[in-house]
Design a protein around this ligand. Sequence first.
Ligand SMILES: Cc1cc2nc3c(=O)[nH]c(=O)nc-3n(C[C@H](O)[C@H](O)[C@H](O)COP(=O)(O)OP(=O)(O)OC[C@H]3O[C@@H](n4cnc5c(N)ncnc54)[C@H](O)[C@@H]3O)c2cc1C
Length: 384
Amino acid sequence: MRKVANKSEVVVVGAGIAGVMTALSVRRKGHSVTLIDRWEPGHPRASSSDYSRLIRSIHGSDRLYTEWVREARLRWMELQEEVKQTLLVECGALVIATEGDSGWEDSTFSTFDELGVPYFRLGSQELVSRFPQFDFRNVSYGIFEPESGMLMAHRAVVECARLFEREGGRVIRGRPQTDESERLYLNGKPLEADLTIVAAGPWIGEMYRRSIGPISKIVRQNIIYTSCPDADGTYEHQNMPCWIDHGYEAYGTPSYEGSGVKAAIAWTEAIIDLDNDERVVDEATFNRTRNYIRNRLPGLIGQKAVDQKACQIAMTPDTHFIIDFHPQYDNVLIAGGCSGHLFKHGPVFGEFAAGVGLREFGTADRFKINTRSKLVDTESPSGR
Ligand SMILES: Cc1cc2nc3c(=O)[nH]c(=O)nc-3n(C[C@H](O)[C@H](O)[C@H](O)COP(=O)(O)OP(=O)(O)OC[C@H]3O[C@@H](n4cnc5c(N)ncnc54)[C@H](O)[C@@H]3O)c2cc1C
């Protein structure tokens, strides 16, 4: 096993949230770090793009991610102090449990109680009076997390990349690629570094077709922003939480900084060509999301779509992240496996990936590249 010296040359490939946070952590341990991306940090093709991402503690019965997100929340607060920008908006998160399909939500209570996560369990009457924006038809109950909310995603990537540079890290444009044996090259030459951390998000499966391709399914995600009613603050973040609506495979955020209400449906069959597709929401998903808004947020009927984002997630079979050394190259760490829930964990994910890469500790079994299989929804951190 290759040792990593006290002052090593480390390259991080990919400046989405996984790469930026990992690069920052490695840099803060005193190493020389270069962060390479094909495009500018914050670019709209990355999975970390868009104004916001939800931060919520619910991960069903999964203790590790619940602990991670509680820790990450504190780290986000520290980071926003460091960059002097709002990164975390604690508008709360409402988890809507569907009648007859609430296994994931049911399995959360004991996890929250054991770990001391604050929450309110709300019955139908309380839901209606507390959150008048929603139609709670076919809903069994709600879990309201007051200390959750949204992260300003684009701002977080851009500001944390700048923070990394201010602390002596280097950010450059480039496109490392792999050959048939999955060896890394940059500009036609082997990429030589003491440690290379590949955090190329959904592109990891293409770069490592043999090792990662089989455990990385790319799924298109389309988001629509809908205008708020005229002269009415009901749908703004002071009055409305983020929400997760598993019954419809949907989620969303209130309007913040004039964004409009964001809603998305996770449609796992939708595909995307990462490099060649236009990043425009297709008509089928648009109509599907509109229909969802009509049913769940009837006060927005007649309001207009004011913005849209077409993006993608990389799903692993068990929805666990990937943080493991390449099977052939023991100085190449793969760090990603988004599965639709990596952003919120960013600072903790970065620290963990940095520690594994620098051989301070081993990775967790769940993050290893081999032996992945689908979980039932009560075991799955995402309930998917
Ligand atoms: C619509 C949507 C909603 C989501 N909602 C949430 C949410 O509410 N909460 C949450 O926690 N998570 C959410 N997620 C998931 C979360 O956003 C992702 O898990 C996370 O952003 C993944 O970050 P990443 O750094 O791994 O990938 P990316 O952000 O895609 O970054 C990868 C980077 O690598 C670069 N790259 C690729 N190949 C190369 C190469 N060969 N050389 C150099 N650079 C390369 C790319 O340009 C890119 O910048 C959502 C995702 C989507 C798409």
